[in-house]
Structures are given as structure tokens and as C-alpha cells.
Ligand binder design. Structure first.
Ligand code: ARG
Length: 446
């Protein structure tokens, strides 16, 4: 095992090689290539600090910096392939560094453990992904607002999926704008709780060297080091919090996706998705299916699954680091990519959505969507609301039997239900007028 350093960062105390299946079971290099950039960024800050406190000479520091930068550049240009029998990304970087700069590379890991290192890498990655998600949320919000402004048409609003009251397409879309605003604040708050720097916590107990954790915190954009070393290596709250916020965000996207699917059906016919975000059927030539929206709805499940998986992984772990924690990588990565993809697709679907205002207007006329306003009218004339509710209920029943809408009743027919129902009712319950009364006006302001 003398030359185990060729492939591993450990080995001295072992008599036997790892079982080949164990090797594959244990490695996560093949699924964490995306940790390269944060790993190098973290190592560079570590080197700067080691020089500063005198654990490395400035010449050594320079060599290590150059080597680390070279690895990143070569991977990015394709000169160095991210493959091989490495246990994890840290092993890949350190062994390649030694190959490049010689024995000085072996000093990189001074006063550091992979336990603090990997938590640092993850935190840097999670922070960057969360920022990207926030940006994409803002894009989607802008597109929603634009679409809403371009389409001020009236439409039926629903409760229990039954036609309820008249609303506008813009006010309906802006509901999602509001949900997304909270998602963005939630994620910004989560970023605010990611201020503690794991680097320097060592394996679990810090180090006997007088390192400077304040310096690496500053260099890496953290507010302060973790107070507890053991917390610093075993905290995965930030992953969980981001994934919890992603889950709520996906729930919102999924609800919007569901409405797009529903509205696009022939039964509703309120919108039509652009060809670019739909697909056809291999057997039914006429079909145009809302696949992008269905996938957004469907992928919500895997984001929830990632959160539940990691919560479960973490729940029984004693302090401090345990290998179980390696299982944070794939679910977080998958969740973040899924959320970014879904935000992108949703933005495109909304931007290219055809809104069928005429069809929505027609739908408003069926289903007594102005019944509540008839009751409001009676209240305005002095009738207690509960009595007004009962009067209008009877009118609706009568209209249903006659196959009429309320506005189609003659004044005489109305007066049978209450003498307070006069000719000015017609304009009061006109669907367009309704939206200009009382606080309903707010539905038109965006
Ligand atoms: N690959 C590991 C992970 O992702 C890195 C830390 C390993 N630490 C250790 N002591 N084996 O969690």
C-alpha cells in the first residue's frame, strides 16, 4: 500500500486493497464534477491563508495557486478530462496538483480535512445555485407581468373548480407573480443564513495550527467561521433549506402548469401553448399535448423526493461527519438543475402563450358569476346580506329552470323576488362594470 497516494488520499494503515465493489460503492467523483470549481476556489483561499499565517512560504503558495488555476483551466479547455479512478473531487484535485507541481502539492491539505473541505465546497455551490434560481424567478416574474399587462381580458374565476366570480386574466396571472415574490424572498433569506464558513473546522476538532478562519471567511464571502467545529463539518441545514424552498417554488410552478394544461383543453379553450413547448402523438394525428407543462408538474415530485431523502439521511446521524452525508450531493444537484430547467420552460411557455380573451369572456356569461354582486346591490339598498343571499339564491334557481342568466330577466320578473331590484341593477351587475366597483378596481392595477 506504499504508493496508494497514486490514487487515494489515505492508505497507510491498511494491509489490504479495497474490494473493487467497495471502491465503486464509495466513490462519488463520477457524479460530482460540478464541485470542481468550488473545490478549487476553496483551496485557493486556503493556500492564501496558509501563506499568511506562515504555514507555507509565499513561493510555495504561488506554486500551489498556479497549479490549482492550471487544473481548472485545463479541465475547462478539455485538456484534462474529469475521469479516472478517484474517490472524490478532492482526490482528483490534490493528486493532479501533485502531478503538476511536485511534492509541494502535498502541503495543500495542511490544517484541513475533507470534512470541512466538502462542506465548504457544497456551501459555495449551493449559494451559487440559489442565486441563479433567484435570478430566474425574477425573469419569470417579469414575463408574467408583461403577459398580464398585454391581456386585461375578463375571465371566470373559480373556487372548487366551479365558476365563481368574474376576474381578469391579469389578476389571475399576477397571483403567481405574488407567489414567486415570496419564493425569491424565501431564498434570499436562506442565503442570509449561509454566512458561516466551514473551512478550518478540520475533521471535527479544528487544528493545532494557528490558522486564520476570519481571513478565509472574508476571501470566500462568508460573514464568520462556524462557532462549533462539529457543527461546521456536519451542518447540512443550508442544503435542506434551499431544497425546502425549491419544493415550495415547484409547488407554485406545478399549480401554474396545471392551469395551463386545463386552460389549454378543448373544454376550457382559454389559452393555447406555443407549438415549441408541446408535442404530438404517435398514433392520434390531431393531438397537441402540453408536455412541457406536464413535465414541470411531474418533476415537482423529484424535488420533493430530494428533500425528503436528505431529511431522512440526516435525521439519525450522531456528530460529527458521517459518510451518510455524501448523499447530499446528488439530490441537491438534481433538485437545483430541475428547478432551473422548470423556471426556464415556464418562462418560455408564458412568454409565447396565446390568450383567447373572447373565449374567456363568453365563459363569464354562463354560471351566474354576477350573483354575488346582485346580493351586494341589495345590501347597498339596505337589505341585510344574509337576506340578500337568500333572495339571489332563489333568483338563480328560477333562472336555471328558465334557462336564463340574471341579466336576461325583465325588471318585472326581478321585482317578484324583491321590490328593491330596480332598473339600475343591469349596469351594476354588468361584468365589465363590476370590475370598476369598490376594491375590485385593484384587480385592474398591476
Ligand atoms: N466524498 C466525501 C463527501 O462527499 C468527502 C468527505 C469525505 N470525508 C471522509 N472522511 N471520508 O462527503
Amino acid at each position: 500500500m506504499a504508493d496508494s497516494y497514486q490514487t487515494k488520499l489515505w492508505g497507510g494503515r491498511f494491509k489490504q486493497e479495497e474490494d473493487e465493489r467497495m471502491n465503486r460503492f464509495n466513490e462519488n467523483f463520477s457524479v460530482t464534477h460540478w464541485l470542481l470549481q468550488p473545490d478549487i476556489e476553496g483551496s485557493m483561499a486556503h493556500v492564501t491563508m496558509l501563506v499568511q499565517v506562515g504555514l507555507l512560504t509565499s513561493q510555495e503558495g504561488q506554486l500551489l495557486h498556479q497549479g490549482l488555476a492550471g487544473i481548472l483551466a485545463d479541465v475547462e479547455s478539455g485538456k484534462l478530462a474529469l475521469c479516472g479512478d478517484y474517490e472524490d473531487i478532492h482526490t482528483f484535485v490534490e493528486l493532479n496538483l501533485v502531478k503538476r507541481v511536485g511534492d509541494v502539492g502535498k502541503k495543500l491539505h495542511t490544517a484541513r480535512s475533507r470534512n470541512d473541505q466538502v462542506n465548504l465546497d457544497m456551501k459555495l455551490y449551493v449559494r451559487a445555485q440559489v442565486k441563479q434560481v433567484i435570478d430566474k424567478i425574477h425573469n419569470l416574474q417579469d414575463t408574467i407581468r408583461q403577459k398580464a399587462q398585454q391581456n386585461p381580458c375578463i375571465m371566470p374565476g373559480y373556487t372548487h373548480l366551479q365558476r365563481a366570480q368574474v376576474i381578469t386574466f391579469q389578476s389571475h396571472l399576477m397571483a403567481y407573480h405574488g407567489m414567486l415574490a415570496r419564493d425569491s424572498v424565501r431564498l434570499s433569506n436562506a442565503l442570509g443564513l449561509m454566512g458561516e464558513n466551514p473551512l478550518g473546522c478540520g475533521a471535527l476538532a479544528g487544528t493545532t495550527h494557528a490558522i486564520d478562519r476570519q481571513l478565509t471567511s472574508r476571501l470566500l464571502g462568508f460573514e464568520r467561521p462556524y462557532q462549533s467545529f462539529e457543527d461546521g463539518v456536519s451542518d447540512r441545514d443550508y442544503c435542506l433549506e434551499a431544497m425546502a424552498d425549491f419544493s415550495i417554488l415547484m409547488m407554485h410552478l406545478s399549480r401554474l402548469a396545471e392551469e395551463l394544461i386545463l386552460w389549454g383543453s378543448q373544454e376550457f379553450g382559454f389559452v393555447e401553448l406555443d407549438d415549441r413547448y408541446t408535442t404530438g402523438s404517435s398514433i392520434m394525428p390531431q393531438k397537441k399535448n402540453s408536455d412541457a407543462a406536464e413535465l414541470v408538474r411531474g418533476k415537482t415530485g423529484r424535488v420533493y423526493g430530494g428533500l425528503m431523502g436528505l431529511l431522512t439521511t440526516m435525521k439519525g446521524l450522531p456528530l460529527a461527519y458521517n459518510k451518510d452525508m455524501q448523499e447530499d450531493k446528488e439530490p441537491f444537484y438534481d433538485s437545483a438543475q430541475t428547478v432551473l430547467d422548470c423556471l426556464f420552460m415556464m418562462e418560455r411557455m408564458i412568454a409565447t402563450l396565446k390568450v383567447k380573451g373572447e373565449r374567456m369572456k363568453q365563459a363569464v356569461k354562463q354560471g351566474f358569476l354576477n350573483a354575488t354582486e346582485v346580493a351586494d346591490y341589495l345590501v347597498a339598498k339596505g337589505m341585510p346580506f344574509r337576506d340578500a343571499h337568500a333572495v339571489v339564491g332563489k333568483m338563480v334557481l328560477w333562472c336555471e329552470e328558465q334557462g336564463k342568466s340574471i341579466e336576461e330577466m325583465t325588471q318585472e320578473q326581478m321585482s317578484q323576488f324583491s321590490p328593491l331590484l330596480q332598473g339600475d341593477l343591469y349596469s351594476y351587475i354588468d361584468y365589465e362594470n363590476i370590475l370598476h366597483k369598490g376594491i375590485k378596481k385593484e384587480m385592474l392595477e398591476i
